[in-house]
Design a binder for this molecule. Structure first.
Ligand SMILES: NC(=O)c1ccc[n+]([C@@H]2O[C@H](COP(=O)([O-])OP(=O)(O)OC[C@H]3O[C@@H](n4cnc5c(N)ncnc54)[C@H](O)[C@@H]3O)[C@@H](O)[C@H]2O)c1
Length: 172
């Protein structure tokens, strides 16, 4: 792996809605420093102060000596940007979804198997109380063997949610 520093040097691609949670988490982490961020929209640089800002992620990867990238870009850029990072030995915390197709997901898995960098996909709902309780229940001996599980997501999004960003509801 690239760096022997104890503190991780972190970058972010995509400074949209979800990036705020990533910025906060990095700032709260005792062993991580946010070093650089990238977004094609220059107005987004107001979200973070005192950090190098780029509009081209390849330039950021070239100029910064990063250990980890938080990939917070729209779906269709998940695979290509993650690939560019891990090929440089930079670990990736990738926002969901893994990719926009099953094939790209397999390619991503192949990248991680072949290269010396980890790809972690952000599925934070695994840590919701409901799921943790389900896990505890599944682990109990008296639960017996599970032969099938049915899951339902009951979230509702108004059309305005999908219309508010050009990439939502699309495989651009
Ligand atoms: N884990 C979760 O609960 C959760 C929640 C929200 C979003 N997400 C995921 O995070 C990703 C981003 O969602 P969002 O709502 O923050 O989107 P967003 O549209 O608010 O932000 C995306 C940002 O990427 C920038 N961008 C687009 N193309 C770029 C490029 N080539 N180079 C650099 N920057 C570029 C845009 O200017 C924008 O600021 C999506 O894949 C989404 O599914 C996950």
């Amino acid at each position: 792996m690239k760096s022997d520093h104890k503190r991780l040097k972190v970058g972010i691609t995509g400074l949209g809605d979800v990036s705020s949670f990533h910025i906060q988490a990095i700032e709260m982490h005792e062993e991580a420093d946010l070093m650089a961020v990238c977004d094609t929209d220059p107005a987004t640089q107001l979200k973070v102060e005192g950090v190098s800002f780029y509009t081209n992620y390849l330039e950021m990867l070239e100029k910064e000596d990063l250990d980890v990238i938080h990939n917070c870009l729209p779906h269709h850029l998940h695979y290509s940007v993650t690939k560019a990072c891990v090929e440089k030995g930079i670990h990736v915390l990738l926002e969901k979804p893994v990719s926009i197709s099953y094939e790209e997901g397999l390619l991503q898995k192949e990248l991680e198997d072949r290269l010396d960098a980890k790809i972690c996909v952000c599925f934070q709902n695994r840590y919701n109380q409901t799921f943790l309780e389900l896990l505890r229940w599944l682990d109990k001996e008296e639960t017996g063997t599970i032969t099938g599980i049915k899951g339902l997501v009951t979230w509702f999004r108004e059309p305005v949610y999908y219309e508010s960003k050009p990439w939502r509801r699309k495989k651009i």
